[in-house]
Design a protein around this ligand. Sequence first.
Ligand code: HBI
Length: 98
Amino acid sequence: MTISRLTADQRDAILAELPRWRLRSDGLAIEAELKFADFNEAFGFMTRVALYADKADHHPEWFNVYSTVHMTLTTHDAGGLSQRDADMARFVETLLPG
Ligand code: HBI
C-alpha cells in the first residue's frame, strides 16, 4: 500500500501541536530527545512504543543511552513524513508526563 507524504502545511500544523518535536534539517523526518529518570524508565517507554510500532507496522529510528531516547520518525515508503509519523508522535506524547 502506498502511503502519501504530508504537505508542508500539514507538516507545519502537526509540528505546532507537538512542541517536543523538531523537523530534521532535510525536512523528511521529525525528531525528539526524550529524557527519563533512569534506564528502567527509558526502556519501559521503548517497550511500549515497540508494541505500538509492531501493531502499526511503523517503526521508529531510535537511539538509547541510559536514560535518554532519541527518536526519529519518517516513512520510508513515502520518502518523507506521513500521517503514520504524526500518529506515532502523538502516541509517544501520551506516554510522557506533562
Ligand atoms: N516503518 N518508519 C517506517 N517507515 C516505513 O515505511 C515502514 C516502517 N515499518 C514497516 C514498513 N514500512 C513496511 O510496511 C514496508 O517496509 C513493507
